[in-house]
Design a protein around this ligand. Structure first.
Ligand SMILES: [Fe+2]
Ligand SMILES: [Fe+2]
Length: 182
C-alpha cells in the first residue's frame, strides 16, 4: 500500500543521490533560496549593527559608572553576536555567502545605530532597535513558514531572545525612572 502522505522510499533515495553538491538543500526545499539568503543577510546586518550599538553603549555606560546597565548592554552584545553567527552559518548551509561587508551595513540592517547621549537615551534606542527586530523576525518566521522550517525555527528562537532583551530594557527604564511604571 503506498503511503498517501510521504514520498515513496525509492524516489527519496533516488532524489538524494542527485545534486549531492547542494548538501542540505534537497529537492524537497521549496522556498526561494535567493530570497531566503537575502532576508538572512538583512538579519545578519541587523545583528551586527546591534552588536556595535550595544558595545558602544557598554563602554559609554561604564564611563558614567552605571555598572548594572553596562553589564546588561554587554550581555546583550554577546547574545546579538551569537545570533549573527547562527545566521551566517545558516546562510552557508543554504549555499549562500554571508555578507560582512561594512559598506552598506546600516542600510541592510533593519535596526539603526544610534549612539544616544544619556544612559536613558541609550536604553531607549536599544529598546526601539529590539522592537524593530521583534517585528521583522516575526514577519520573517511567517514568510519561512513550512517552506524552510529549519530557518523558521532558528529565527523563532532568536525572536524569543529579542523579546527578552526588550523586556530587560523596559525593566531598566522603570528602575531608572519609576514614574514610567504603567
Ligand atoms: Fe539578536
Ligand atoms: Fe536583542
Amino acid at each position: 500500500m503506498p503511503n498517501e502522505f510521504l514520498t515513496d522510499i525509492q524516489t527519496l533515495r533516488k532524489r538524494a543521490r542527485e545534486h549531492i553538491e547542494k548538501g542540505a538543500v534537497t529537492q524537497g526545499y521549496t522556498a526561494n533560496l535567493e530570497t531566503v539568503i537575502r532576508i538572512l543577510n538583512e538579519a545578519l546586518a541587523t545583528e551586527i549593527v546591534c552588536v556595535l550599538r550595544y558595545k558602544r553603549h557598554y563602554y559609554m555606560a561604564t564611563g558614567i559608572h552605571a555598572q548594572a546597565v553596562a553589564a546588561e548592554f554587554l550581555e546583550h552584545a554577546g547574545e546579538e553576536q551569537a545570533h549573527a553567527d547562527q545566521i551566517a552559518e545558516r546562510i552557508t548551509q543554504l549555499g549562500g555567502a554571508p555578507n560582512f561587508n561594512p559598506d552598506g551595513l546600516t542600510s541592510r540592517s533593519h535596526a539603526e545605530y544610534v549612539e544616544g547621549e544619556s544612559l536613558v537615551d541609550m536604553i531607549k534606542e536599544d529598546l526601539i532597535a529590539e522592537r524593530i527586530a521583534i517585528d521583522s523576525y516575526r514577519e520573517m518566521a511567517q514568510y519561512f513558514g513550512d517552506r524552510d522550517s529549519t530557518t523558521r525555527g532558528m529565527i523563532e528562537r532568536i525572536l524569543a531572545m529579542e523579546e527578552k532583551h526588550a523586556d530587560d530594557l523596559v525593566n531598566l527604564l522603570t528602575t531608572l525612572d519609576p514614574t514610567k511604571k504603567g
